[in-house]
Design a protein around this ligand. Sequence first.
Ligand SMILES: Cc1cc2nc3c(=O)[nH]c(=O)nc-3n(C[C@H](O)[C@H](O)[C@H](O)COP(=O)(O)OP(=O)(O)OC[C@H]3O[C@@H](n4cnc5c(N)ncnc54)[C@H](O)[C@@H]3O)c2cc1C
Length: 461
Amino acid sequence: MTDVMKKHSMPTRDPAERARDFLPVETGYDEETAVAEAKRCLNCRHKPCVGGCPVQIDIPAFVKKIVERDFEGAYEIIARTSSLPAVCGRVCPQETQCEAKCVRGIKGEPVAIGRLERYVADRHLALNEKPTKSDSNGHKVAVIGSGPASLTCAGALAKKGYEVTVFEALHTPGGVMVYGIPEFRLPKAIVRQEIDNLSSLGVEIKTNTVIGKTLTVDEILADFEAVFIGSGAGLPKFMNIPGENLNGVFSANEFLTRINLMKAYLDEYDTPVRRGKKVAVVGGGNVAMDAARCALRLGAEEVYIVYRRSEEELPARKEEVEHAKEEGIIFRLLTNPVEILGDENYFVKGIRCNKMTLGEPDASGRRRPVTIPDSDFVIDVDTVIMSIGTSPNPLIKNSTPGLEVQKWGGIIVDEAGLTSKDGVYAGGDAVSGAATVILAMGAGKRAAEAIDERIRNGNGK
Ligand SMILES: Cc1cc2nc3c(=O)[nH]c(=O)nc-3n(C[C@H](O)[C@H](O)[C@H](O)COP(=O)(O)OP(=O)(O)OC[C@H]3O[C@@H](n4cnc5c(N)ncnc54)[C@H](O)[C@@H]3O)c2cc1C
């Protein structure tokens, strides 16, 4: 491939060095690299990349501003439709979204749209400008949770003059961006800055408030004209195989929360965490990659990703898989755990697995994993981290009469995000099940528009 056919590579720290600390893996483009990468954009008239972006950022327009070195102009274009560009530039699965549609990608590599978004957003954040509070329109809206869905909804409403209060169960706002995605992929200072911006817009954030326990949705509705539920999908799933109750078995959620939210990796924090020597992480998504790479950084000698399909079906972002491999994570693909083995003190000592092959496509369109008879073998490990998915926590549903949910727990909404309960909207993982930051943001934005329309039409209180 000639040079113009290739993306400018993202500078990353040496794998051996970064695999032992929590500092950022990628260090970001400098100005000259960003401009040179932006020049690869063909500025297509029909803009297919925009259609690939769930929030329809005008990508060619912001990329053109980078070519002109008008970086604030580029930021302004992104910010019209995306409220968390420094986050999305780091964690969005661009390879299946905007970059998948890039015309440059037909014969070579697509334009590195995510890296350019990150460059522009980081440059803007460094200016440390605070948005100003809009004049109040006198209407009050409550938002439950403080992940990307809720923050987007809250920000959009606050800009229109609504008095917004966010109720967050944890002691720190940010949702998965704070408790799940590790510092080395998404520095928490970035999330903090975005949340400070919301505070500057006048959004009040009440932490340590569990809706369904501290307060109910109906109690909130007595004081607010509408409620948005963005409570995510934080309830871990397990495989229901023998041995899952042994000491040394964790959900990825618990493991990552201890590390990222409660800073177990820092000496000055008392948070206990399992520092396994040989660790198996079951699953193949972003969460599994994060858990595996955190286990490595806590000092593990061997970390396995155990996944029942092949590399092609790994749901994690390609970049994260590549980084995990570079750091020494061992991939045991086409491998399915059937039992976790314990010692006489009920501590994990191994994981028994079957070898798999791929059969016909299943309902998800991916080829179904089929067990190879008599293929079982044991991987010696002292820790097992289950990362096979999550579902919405039933607490809000159980404490909110009239709120209808799917069988698997997802809140049922219409296109605008309205639930079965008047004045109550929902979006993000709480509705879709575990998905992505950008989809959660899109849902928060749509719900904010619908709430605004409802109240402007006099249907608030
Ligand atoms: C480890 C990990 C890595 C990921 N990596 C990526 C990635 O690389 N790229 C990507 O696009 N996506 C990634 N995702 C998925 C992405 O983070 C989620 O899809 C997204 O955060 C969902 O946003 P949300 O606002 O719906 O919910 P969340 O981010 O889950 O936020 C929900 C918030 O609601 C709060 N809450 C829950 N119940 C209550 C209650 N009863 N009362 C008050 N507050 C409550 C929670 O504490 C939480 O703060 C990852 C997820 C995880 C777990």
